[in-house]
Ligand binder design. Structure first.
Ligand SMILES: [Zn+2]
Ligand SMILES: [Zn+2]
Length: 235
C-alpha cells in the first residue's frame, strides 16, 4: 500500500525530468542504468526484466547475464538536484521495505538449439531459480534447491547448496521439472515446491512465485543482527 505519494510527481511523460523514472513517474532514489544507457529505478528495472529482457524505453535487448545495480553517481546527482523530494521518497521506500513479508522467486529455463548435433541431443537448456530482486543476496534466503529431472536422466535428483541455483543439460524433449526450494532456517519456513514445464520455445520460459513469510523479512534481519542485545529497531 502506498501513502504520502510525493505531490510533485508528474502525471504524464512530457512532465518528466532527468530525475524521474519513466516507468513509475517517481523521483529515482535508486537509479539504475541499462546497457543501452537509460535510467530507471532499480526496482522498476528489476520488475520489467522479470518478464522481458528488453529496455522498456528503447526496446534494446538486455543480455541474460546483465544484473541491474545501483548507479551511485547518478543517485548523488539526483539527491543534489532535488534534495527535499529525494529525502521524502527515500523515507517512503524504506518504510515500505520494513513492512515487506514476501519475496518474489523467479524460475524457468533458458534454451538454445545445438547446431549440427550429429548423434547427440539437439537442445541445450538451463533450469534456474533466482530472486526477482537482484539486490538481494540469494544465499541469505535460500539454503538448497532440488531439481527432479526425468527418470531417463542419470541421477535425476539434483541438489544445489549454493548459488547459482541452476542446472545445465542437453536433451531432446520437454518434461515437467519439480523444484523444491529450501529456505534458510531464520525464515522459519517450510520448503516451497513448484513445477516448471521445460520450454524449447526461443530462449525458453520464465515464471514467478511470490512466497510469504511469517513476519517482515527486514525486521527479522534486524533482530538477527542485534542478537542478544534483546532489542529490535522496529517495534
Ligand atoms: Zn521507477
Ligand atoms: Zn534503452
Amino acid at each position: 500500500m502506498e501513502s504520502n505519494k510525493s505531490n510533485t510527481k508528474p502525471h504524464n511523460p512530457s512532465e518528466l525530468s532527468d530525475c524521474d523514472c519513466f516507468v513509475c513517474f517517481d523521483i529515482m532514489c535508486e537509479p539504475s542504468r541499462t546497457p543501452c544507457g537509460h535510467y530507471m529505478c532499480l526496482d522498476c528495472l528489476d520488475n520489467v526484466l522479470i518478464l522481458k529482457r528488453n529496455c522498456p524505453f528503447c526496446r534494446a535487448e538486455v543480455p541474460e547475464d546483465f544484473n541491474p545495480t545501483l548507479d551511485e553517481s547518478k543517485q548523488a546527482e539526483i539527491r543534489t538536484q532535488r534534495p527535499d523530494v529525494f529525502r521524502k521518497r527515500f523515507h517512503e521506500i524504506t518504510q515500505q521495505r520494513l513492512k515487506t513479508d514476501t519475496i518474489t522467486v523467479l524460475y524457468g529455463n533458458t534454451h538454445k538449439i545445438i547446431e549440427n548435433p550429429g548423434d547427440h541431443n539437439s537442445h541445450d537448456w538451463t533450469v534456474f531459480v533466482k530472486l526477482a530482486n537482484s539486490k538481494l543476496d540469494i544465499g541469505t534466503y535460500i539454503s538448497k534447491v532440488t531439481f527432479m529431472l526425468h527418470t531417463t536422466f542419470p541421477d535425476p535428483r539434483r541438489e544445489f547448496y549454493h548459488e547459482p541455483f541452476e542446472l545445465q543439460c542437453e536433451g531432446w524433449g520437454v518434461f515437467e521439472i519439480p523444484i523444491t526450494i529450501h529456505w534458510q532456517s531464520w525464515l522459519e519456513k517450510q520448503p516451497t515446491k513448484i513445477n516448471h514445464m521445460l520450454s524449447f520455445d526461443g530462449n525458453g520460459d520464465r515464471n514467478t512465485v511470490v512466497v510469504k513469510f511469517k513476519k517482515s523479512i527486514y525486521q527479522t534481519m534486524e533482530e538477527e543482527r542485534n542478537g542478544d542485545e534483546g532489542e529490535t529497531l522496529y517495534e
